[in-house]
Design a protein around this ligand. Structure first.
Ligand SMILES: Cc1cc2nc3c(=O)[nH]c(=O)nc-3n(C[C@H](O)[C@H](O)[C@H](O)COP(=O)(O)OP(=O)(O)OC[C@H]3O[C@@H](n4cnc5c(N)ncnc54)[C@H](O)[C@@H]3O)c2cc1C
Length: 386
């Protein structure tokens, strides 16, 4: 087993290319961007040139036509160096492009996808102040008015939604009631600059500080019917299906971060001496590294296998929850051990361990918390069917 086991020659070459890019282009800027909480237009442009922004889109839309394992390798290698850049790419592909590509009609795809593959961004507007885990509690409403819809409400924590290069976001809204009183949900494509729609950058994040996170407000925002994604009433299903795939990219971020923290901790442990010996030779430390290595091996092999199943068109709701949960908890352990192995230096901003420790925390919260992943898995194995 190992880093490249089971991969094709193309996938191995892709990993090397992304790793080089991340080391040469991103690594020198990580600390400064993190400190300033600054989104990098320059790095995003270069990531677009590398084809990362249209990773799994077919060439007819200007994409790189990658299979899912390859896309996940891109995210993993970016996260090994910087969670923020990985977040920009993962959220854009899985949550931004995903719904448009899988549920959009041909006009919508032609209109948006080529630009989204070549440098513009798109957000995924599900979460609201009172609807995170409980997405069914969505309050944003859309009311029909002739050929238009009028949207009112707000969204919070939306990645990539308020940069200067954001084209728009997919917004989930309540459009009525179904038989039996259940809410009817519909997704709308809302372009930045639409009257009544504001997207504002949120600041003060603990982690992913150079990724863009936004608060969205819709006040009598008029959107034409052509901007409905799929059919009226399909919104919730579309959002859940998007999350099934998106969770694999969060898993890739966990795996990449764990690998980055492991590499960093192993190197440091072999160099740092106490009582005349490298700290890696004390078994209590060596076993920490062994545990992380074991987790990485298992996580990588399982994650890639589930990506292959997704490529074959299999349903992966339970498996993507397992990937997301396992990899984010692995990242937690890896970052924690990394800080511990560095001792006092691990707590200083000068050392990457400190950023890994902050960045990993989002992975246990975003795109469904660890508790919600356990809910998805326990439902899938029939715990509540009694
Ligand atoms: C940086 C960042 C980027 C994000 N990007 C996006 C994005 O692009 N698009 C988007 O739509 N959202 C995005 N999110 C939102 C994210 O998905 C939510 O924060 C997350 O789903 C949790 O929702 P919440 O914050 O409302 O927490 P809550 O749902 O209020 O949960 C609070 C706590 O209660 C627990 N809990 C809730 N329900 C249950 C239950 N039934 N059983 C047991 N425990 C429970 C949770 O696990 C958690 O520990 C982002 C968030 C962040 C911080």
């Amino acid at each position: 087993m190992g880093l490249n086991s089971g991969l094709t020659e193309e996938q191995i070459t892709l990993r090397e290319t992304v790793r080089r890019f991340a080391e040469e282009v991103i690594r020198p800027k990580v600390k400064e961007l993190d400190e300033k909480e600054e989104f990098s237009y320059d790095i995003t442009r270069q990531m677009a040139e590398m084809g990362f922004l249209g990773a799994f889109l077919p060439e007819e839309y200007g994409g790189s036509s990658l299979d899912y394992v390859s896309y996940i390798i891109v995210v993993e290698e970016l996260a090994r160096i910087d969670g923020s850049q990985a977040a920009t790419v993962a959220a854009h592909n899985s949550l931004g492009i995903g719904p448009l590509y899988y549920f959009g009609n041909s006009e919508q795809k032609k209109k948006y996808l080529p630009e989204l593959a070549s440098g513009k961004l798109w957000g995924f507007g599900l979460t609201e102040p009172e609807a995170g885990s409980d997405a069914g509690n969505t309050k944003t409403k859309a009311v029909r008015d002739g050929n238009d819809w009028i949207l009112n409400g707000s969204k919070i924590f939306i990645t990539n939604a308020s940069t200067d290069i954001t084209l728009g976001s997919t917004i989930l809204a309540v459009t009525g009631e179904k038989e039996g009183g259940k809410k009817e949900f519909t997704c709308f494509l809302v372009e930045n600059g639409t009257k009544g729609y504001t997207a504002k950058k949120m600041t003060g994040k603990m982690m992913w500080r150079s990724s863009n996170t936004s608060e969205l407000v819709l006040e009598d925002c008029r959107v034409p019917s052509e901007n409905i994604l799929g059919k009226v009433g399909d919104g919730f299903k579309q959002m859940l299906a998007t999350l099934d795939n998106g969770r694999l990219s969060i898993a890739a971020m966990g795996l990449g971060l764990a690998q980055g923290a492991f590499d960093y901790a192993l190197k440091y442990s072999k160099e740092r001496k106490t009582f005349g010996h490298p700290i890696s030779t004390y078994q209590i430390n060596a076993f920490k590294l062994a545990d992380v290595d074991m987790g990485i091996e298992l996580a990588r092999n399982y994650l890639y296998e589930i990506c292959r199943r997704l490529d074959r068109g299999e349903k992966i709701t339970k498996e993507s929850a397992i990937c997301k949960l396992y990899c984010s908890e692995l990242a937690h352990m890896a970052a924690n051990h990394c800080v511990q192995l560095l001792g006092g230096y691990g707590l200083m901003k000068e050392y990457d361990a400190e950023r890994y420790y902050r960045d990993q925390k989002l992975l246990e919260i975003g795109e469904g918390t660890s508790e919600i992943q356990r809910l998805v898995i326990s439902r899938a194995i029939g715990c509540y069917d009694v």
